[in-house]
Design a protein. Structure first.
Length: 118
């Protein structure tokens, strides 16, 4: 439990789309929520999107309507579909999971770089 492996980052042009994924070694249901945060140079880490154990979703204001978070329970994987990408979306994207038993226990992936540039 707690090992998060991200994949799918890369370089994309403005207006393009990209999907990143995060796989956990354990069960998705061992976490109260899983989600994505991002951090650009000089900025604080911010919430992008999260999905709770019950399937409810929440999005950061800057990505609302453009990004979509989903999960595949059988694969213990969450996905972040990013559409209409902007240069301001450029950041390292980190997968996060909050332990179901202890809400103070957070797990983080290693991060994946997303760069939006022409």
């Amino acid at each position: 439990q707690g090992q998060l492996v991200e994949s799918g980052g890369g370089l994309v042009q403005p207006g393009g789309s990209l999907t990143v994924s995060c796989a956990t070694s354990g069960s998705i249901f061992s976490f109260s929520s899983m989600g994505w945060y991002r951090q650009a140079p000089g900025n604080e880490r911010e919430l992008v999107a999260l999905i709770t154990v019950s399937g409810r979703t929440r999005y950061g204001d800057s990505v609302q309507g453009r990004f979509s978070i989903s999960r595949d329970v059988a694969k213990n994987t969450i996905y972040l579909q990013m559409n209409n990408l902007k240069p301001t979306d450029t950041a390292v994207y980190y997968c996060n999971a909050v332990d179901y038993q202890d809400y103070s226990l957070n797990f983080w992936g290693q991060g994946t770089q997303v760069t939006v540039s022409s």
